[in-house]
Design a protein around this ligand. Sequence first.
Ligand code: SF4
Ligand code: SF4
Length: 450
Amino acid sequence: MVGLGLFLSEKFDTPVMLRITTRVAHSQGFVEKGEPQPRELRPYTRNPEKYLMLPAFARGRRAFIEERLAGLREYSETAAVNRIEWRDRAVGVITSGISYQYVREALPDASVLKLGFTWPLPEKLVRSFSEGVKRLLVVEELEPFLEEQIKALGLEVSGKAHIPSRGELNPGIVAGKMIEAGILEQREATAAAAVPEGAPAVPARPPVMCPGCPHRGVFYVLRRLKLNVTGDIGCYTLGGLPPLEAMDCCICMGASIGTAHGAEKADPAWAGRSVAVIGDSTFLHSGLTGLLNVVYNKGSSTVLILDNSTTAMTGHQQHPGTGCTLMGEPAPAVDLEALVRALGVRRVRVVDPRDLAGVTAAVREELAVREPSVIICRQPCALLERQYAPAPRVLAEKCTGCRVCLGLGCPAIALKDNKAVVDTGVCTGCGLCIQVCKVGALTKGGADHA
Ligand code: SF4
Ligand code: SF4
């Protein structure tokens, strides 16, 4: 599909959007590699009528866009990714993407129009499919994107009357809704939704911060201080989930600082009881302007830059602060402290996020000051070096089963028979749990990382 997108982009001189659903985005499997197509670098041709969208040029460009759309509409009628699969004609389903797989499992005998190119819609193909079936359905996730376009053609079709517009679909949901729609019998639906014999039961695995994650201690402190926290996008957004629950909002990339600043402007007292948190990668990507505005507009926000020296959430990509290009070549590394000072922030300090007392003191001090401040919480991502300290030792006779250590949300520690147990296979020996246990039931010197 990416290759087709590139082909269409070149052929029609247009941006192409490849829209994938959650299930496809989170899937993995074998792929067949195509042969790279050699391309010659075309010489640059100056063309302000196309690339400089001033009103005078934009008006002229409109005619081109309409011609291009007409061409794309014609192409969609014959595109190989839009195909009719004729089977039983009592029911015909128009679908696209992952929903096609669910339809094939739930309604294996139904005729299907599978659309891989959904806009502009292949009107003639849709009409011809509609004429060939007795009852026309659309199965699609979330918004009725296809359904509304098909209804606009004047065709009788149903979709969201049966198919939910929330969450992901699966064969069981589609089959169940087909019973409600009077299309399937119960026994057929049960067969469609059946789990293959011998398939292992898969437990739910919601995302959590890794054992030894340097962000964990920061959110533990913020929660204990009962602060309002404007968040940003990265692994650390998980700090908003139980048991840490130390993030109030995450609007878009880089918005943590602007949100904190805006809230402070609406209510000056906000500054003394809130912080913005943003990762190093996110800060360098889109946090600078927000911080500059805090300084310029005489704000007093406290910003925590969670510097784990990588872009962890998306797979440890390099960024301008790591000293390496994405291709692994040495590059100049941004000095975060100097950069923040250059933006006009005078109060800049660096703390170790695994030192809970140190983080607590730094946050308290900066919140008490009425000027912008930045606390850089610096500790590499636990998955970068993978050189771990021994796990803590549990002194079972001291453990009261109070569950305070579980408040860290570390996957490596649990209670068994009302006593703490540490999984040495995943514990990184970060020592946070030792710091929070008030009765000294956790000490250094346990087993090495297994
Ligand atoms: S190890 Fe400490 S914090 Fe954890 S349950 Fe036992 S006493 Fe409580
Ligand atoms: S030392 Fe404690 S908090 Fe750190 S990874 Fe091990 S169990 Fe988790």
